[in-house]
Design a protein around this ligand. Structure first.
Ligand code: ADP
Ligand code: MG
Length: 218
């Protein structure tokens, strides 16, 4: 369970989050929606420990992540959190297999051990015959599935996704959304997904609506 309490964030005079409270339960798919500029990405970055709140606290089960030092936080993030962005952010000079292995390398897992799990994940996601392809040799939908495999690599307790299907056509977006549902059903994978996609938002277990830096309903 992830609990954010009283979260605030400002850029200069601009208050982009105003005392936001949010709870994410294990195995839930939660979507965050709202107009552009509402603070959705900011909230996701805070919950995902990529950025620190100005005020408030974030707990993962017993761990108060908002008080961890940079080194401990990087370690915690690597072991517990996966990210998927609108643009896949794969490393262009590495193969799909190497990209997916990257979080395990950072953790100190050997190349051969990482390759076993990366191959399993890519195969599970229908990319078993694409492991040696570089990102520019893959379609948009395939690139995004490689990014999903990479997010899953270290068996994170939660995956944060910011507009994950924002750059995909309708069919690939639907496939990606079905994949999220399947990962939740099969593995109890928790997802927090910022999205403009009405269909993706509506298949979530819960929708958090934001406006002007506040949660207006959840
Ligand atoms: P959303 O994802 O809902 O579109 P964001 O969380 O990205 O909204 O941004 C919320 C507000 O904070 C916006 O007004 C945006 O311009 C501002 N903002 C975001 N990041 C920065 C930054 N690094 N510096 C200054 N302002 C920022
Ligand atoms: Mg955003």
């Amino acid at each position: 369970m992830i609990v954010g309490e009283n979260l605030s964030k400002s850029y200069g005079d601009l208050e982009v989050l105003k005392s936001v409270d949010v709870t994410i339960k294990k195995g839930e798919i939660v979507s965050i929606t709202g107009p552009s500029g509402a603070g959705k990405s900011t909230l996701l970055q805070l919950l995902g420990t990529l950025d620190a709140p100005l005020g408030g606290s974030i707990r993962y089960d017993g761990v108060v992540v908002s008080t961890l030092n940079a080194k401990k936080l990087a370690h915690f993030r690597n072991e517990n959190i996966g990210f998927i962005f609108q643009f896949h952010h794969l490393l262009p000079e590495f193969t799909a297999l190497e990209n997916v292995s990257m979080p395990a390398f950072i953790k100190g897992v050997s190349k051969s051990e990482a390759a076993v799990r990366a191959t399993e994940l890519l195969t599970m996601l229908g990319l078993g015959d694409r492991v040696d392809h570089k990102p520019n040799e893959l379609s948009g939908g395939e690139q995004q599935r490689v990014a999903v495999a990479r997010a899953l690599m270290n068996k994170p307790s939660v995956i944060f996704a910011d507009e994950p299907s924002g750059n995909l056509d309708t069919e690939n977006a639907q496939d990606l959304h079905n994949l999220f549902l399947k990962l939740r059903d099969d593995f109890g994978q928790t997802f927090v997904i910022v999205t403009h996609n009405i269909e993706l938002a509506s298949m979530a277990d819960r929708v958090i609506k934001m406006k002007d830096g506040e949660v207006v309903s959840m």
